[in-house]
Design a protein around this ligand. Structure first.
Ligand SMILES: NC(=O)C1=CN([C@@H]2O[C@H](COP(=O)(O)OP(=O)(O)OC[C@H]3O[C@@H](n4cnc5c(N)ncnc54)[C@H](OP(=O)(O)O)[C@@H]3O)[C@@H](O)[C@H]2O)C=CC1
Ligand SMILES: O=C(O)CCC(=O)C(=O)O
Length: 453
């Protein structure tokens, strides 16, 4: 007779904590999902008896490796690299690579777990993975970054492949790093395949991949506002971060008629009451990706703006907020302040930027709140389209890709509406619940088809 381990939610979370000691980010991500899934599967015994959530919260495998490289002064440096392959029930593992000193196994496990649901939401056949290293590209020369990337790929190449696991960029990994890693993969394997996405257009990259995450987060925001008969015209936006996601989100807000008031980096935020225009966004993009400077330099360039050191921008009154920097950058008190100041909608460009307390503040206030796994899925979606183009050995036109991105974001929004309803509150959507359940259901049903594996 089968023994059904049908534990309740608190016991399940206790088990996750015990099995993953010292991994708070991973436990947080699992808890946020489990709160919704437990409710959904209450009357669906097969998900319990087949231990589906327990299995999704246990990565298929975690690869950890030494990355040695030589700096410009001839010193040998040693870093730790990882690839977390969380789940490939619906397609090859897919997810970015992060180079940042804060990278730990816990951070990459939470990102790979979230990615599993996000990728399912896109409707494309992609499983969930994430990788990275505790390497800080800041202050390193191009040659140092190249040597690090080559060394990283010298181990990673044996674990990835166009139909196995397809990494891409994330914090600290942009076009430069992807180029170095793709070059090394090609050199080692003698194969030109779609093993990475976010590639340069000259060697198999897709149009609009750089823009896709930030643009997608704004498309999702527009979809949410539309349910209340609103748009972005004349609305003020507070954005954190000043990297790929933040600058492209800012660009799309401006194109949609909104006014962007802030950007930030790990040292503080700038507030420009005149609005951060397209010309100013272009300056920030060049400053961060070419000159590799700091956001505080903005105030020397654009008078009237202020820089606040060591703080996040959530105290600046706004209509909409887009956290686009990193995990846990928006805490319970920040969420309360945003709501108090009249913020109507939050769309997460970053992964898990709001802590669990903040999530509950937004839900309780009944504002429009989109979690990263739904709102920032545009990036990985266009990565999926890059994979398709590589398989076909073709490059699709920009207009076609723009339309596909719009359609995919609208589709994710519809999935959230389908599963995010709250009893007794017609018209209100809990987007966190909707995204968690829609993502879970797709992955879970594929897992059920495979039996116990
Ligand atoms: N790139 C993509 O396509 C996707 C990215 N995301 C998520 O979006 C977020 C941003 O990624 P992306 O824009 O690509 O990365 P970038 O490296 O381009 O930019 C990261 C930005 O976040 C800031 N930041 C990083 N760490 C911290 C920190 N601890 N505190 C405050 N600010 C910090 C950086 O500041 P500084 O320069 O000082 O480090 C920088 O402004 C991440 O959560 C990522 O996982 C999600 C989906 C896809
Ligand atoms: O494009 C990709 O594969 C990865 C994007 C990513 O890392 C993310 O969605 O968080």
């Amino acid at each position: 007779m089968a023994v059904t381990d049908h534990v309740d939610l608190p016991t399940f979370i206790e088990g996750v904590k015990k099995r993953n000691p010292g991994q708070p980010e991973f436990v947080q991500a699992v808890q946020e999902v489990a709160e919704d899934i437990y409710d959904f599967i209450e009357d669906k015994e097969h998900y319990h008896s087949e231990q589906i959530l327990r299995r999704i919260a246990e990565p298929d495998r975690i690869i950890s490796f030494r990355v040695c490289w030589e700096d410009d002064n001839g010193n040998v440096r040693v870093q730790r690299g990882y690839r977390v392959q969380n789940n490939n029930a619906i397609g090859p593992y897919k997810g970015g690579i992060r180079f940042h000193p804060s990278v730990t196994e816990s951070v990459l496990k939470f990102l790979a777990f979230e990615q599993t649901f996000k990728n399912a939401l896109t409707g494309l056949p992609m499983g969930g993975g994430k990788g990275g290293a505790n390497f800080n590209p800041k202050g390193k020369s191009d040659r140092e970054v190249m040597r690090f990337c080559q060394s990283f790929m010298t181990e990673l190449y044996r674990h990835v492949g166009a139909d196995v696991d397809v990494p891409a960029g994330d914090i600290g990994v942009g076009g430069r790093e992807i180029g170095y890693m793709f070059g090394q993969y090609k050199r080692i394997t003698n194969q030109f395949t779609g093993v990475l996405t976010g590639k340069g257009l000259e060697y198999g990259g897709s149009l609009i991949r750089p823009e896709a995450t930030g643009y997608g987060a704004v498309y999702f925001l527009l979809n949410m506002l539309k349910t209340r008969g609103e748009d972005l015209v004349g609305k003020t936006a507070v954005i954190s971060g000043s990297g790929n996601v933040a600058t492209h989100a800012a660009e799309k807000i401006v194109q949609s008629g909104g006014k962007v008031l802030t950007l930030s980096d790990s040292q503080g935020f700038i507030h420009d009451p005149d609005g951060i225009t397209q010309e100013k966004i272009d300056w920030v993009k060049a400053h961060k990706t070419k000159r590799r400077g700091r956001i505080q330099d903005y105030v020397s360039e654009y008078k009237g703006a202020t820089f606040t050191a060591g703080k996040t921008p959530w105290g600046v009154p706004c209509d909409v907020a887009l956290p686009c920097a990193t995990q846990n950058e928006l805490l319970g008190d920040d969420a309360r302040l945003l709501v108090k100041n009249g913020c109507k909608a939050v769309s997460e460009g970053a992964n898990m930027p709001t802590d669990l307390e903040g999530v509950h503040v937004f839900k309780d206030a009944r504002i429009l709140y989109a979690p990263g796994k739904a709102a920032n899925a545009g990036g990985v979606a266009v990565s999926g389209l890059e994979m398709s183009q590589n398989s076909e050995r073709r490059s699709w036109k920009e207009a076609e890709l723009q339309q596909l991105l719009l359609d995919i974001m609208e589709g994710i929004h519809t999935s959230c509406l389908t599963y995010g309803g709250v009893a007794g509150e017609p018209g209100y959507t809990d987007y966190v619940r909707g995204a968690n359940i829609a993502g879970f259901k797709k992955v879970a049903d594929a897992m059920l088809a495979y039996g116990v594996v």
